[in-house]
Write a protein that binds this ligand. Structure first.
Ligand code: FMN
Length: 336
């Protein structure tokens, strides 16, 4: 017998044992999550080596904070100095390391819009601060100030029953709410979203809870943390979750987020159709936040993964939305 034949014969029982072990659920969990971790280890934030892609994300995040601030109800002057400083720095670093990019131009445009709402008197409140980012503004002098679109409620919903392309283009995140919102309209939008969202094998993993109680809402938004300046105006908060018990194999462990994401977008369209102003709120699934939310809402099953929250309300009579310009199409689309 050859050496390789001998080895094959000896290893046969081992292969059989390996296969049996690999089928043990907990081993599958360890193997699959190790695969997830390997993917995570490649990211710029873990390797601490900023890539251009990661730097773009940093600039967008930094300008979005200010862009949101510019559209806030009851906006005050000189808001968010630390965030403005952060944006100016992110733009400076990007220009130094990678050169120009549409996202940096928009970052500068947002800084310029911020500067434009502050006259000489407003700047005198903190002259040192104002000096810090004027140098950044001077780097791209031809970029005009960003414009955050303004709407009346009527104009905003003029296309809510239009053909899809116009309807989809008319939906924007709204953070300025006024007055109560009837539960019947929420229910109608939720019904439409559930009726029409696809799901893997139609297993419908998603659950939706509408928080009507004001005290509970306040506590939940406090945990979420991303609705400062507007969350208190929301008349309802929705919680989108998906049940891992509707998955049948470890292979599907990320499906809850795919299912939740598909449903979430469908729900946004359904809310827009029913003229309900809304803002998706990210759910950072860290253990402390997760436990705090579950302590407040015992109906969330142990096997459910919380996917996102939504702040909802009746749109104010007039309001602004963040411009949120999209990446150039060629950056995100390829034919291979
Ligand atoms: C997953 C997700 C999480 C979000 N989290 C927040 C949030 O915590 N706070 C907030 O004000 N907006 C949040 N948003 C709203 C985005 O900022 C907004 O959708 C984006 O700028 C695009 O604007 P548009 O909805 O008007 O097209 C979130 C959106 C998504 C999709």
């Amino acid at each position: 017998m050859t050496i390789s034949g001998c080895l094959t014969k000896c290893l046969k029982p081992c292969r059989w044992a390996f296969r049996r072990i690999a089928r043990i659920p907990i081993v599958q969990v360890l193997w699959r999550t190790a695969f997830d971790r390997r993917l995570l280890r490649r990211t710029a934030f873990i390797r601490r080596k900023p890539t251009r892609e990661n730097a773009v994300a940093g600039v967008v995040l930094a300008y979005h904070v200010i862009e949101k601030g510019l559209t806030m109800p009851n906006r005050r002057l000189n808001f968010g100095h630390a965030a403005v400083f952060n944006l100016a720095n992110a733009c400076e670093r990007f220009l130094r390391d990678f050169g120009e990019a549409p996202q940096v131009s928009h970052g500068i445009a947002v800084l310029r819009a911020y500067a434009a709402i502050h006259d000489h008197e407003a700047r005198m409140a903190d002259p040192d601060f104002w000096k810090t980012f004027e140098a950044t503004l001077a780097r791209l002098p031809d970029v005009p100030p960003a414009v955050e679109p303004q709407f009346t409620r009527e104009a905003f919903y003029a296309a809510n029953q239009a053909p899809f392309a116009d309807f989809a283009r008319s939906r924007h995140t709204v953070r300025h709410y006024a007055g109560p919102l009837s539960i019947e309209r929420i229910r109608a939008a939720a019904h439409l979203a559930f009726e029409t969202a696809p799901s893997a094998c139609n297993r419908q993993h998603v659950r939706l809870r509408c928080i009507c109680d004001a005290t509970l809402r306040e506590k939940i938004l406090g945990i979420q943390g991303g609705s400062r300046g507007f969350g208190h105006l929301a008349d309802k908060v929705l919680i989108v979750s998906a049940d891992l018990d509707d998955t049948l194999d470890i292979k599907e462990h990320n499906d809850v987020y795919v299912e939740g994401g598909i449903f979430l977008m469908n729900l946004c369209y359904a809310l827009h159709y029913h003229k309900i102003a809304h803002c998706v709120l990210v759910w950072f699934c860290n253990p402390a936040n997760d436990a705090a939310l579950r302590a407040l809402i015992s109906a969330i099953k142990e096997t459910e993964a919380v996917v996102a929250l939504l702040a909802c309300g009746e749109a104010a009579e007039t309001f602004s939305v963040a411009a949120s310009p999209r990446r150039p199409f060629d950056e995100v689309y390829a034919e291979i």
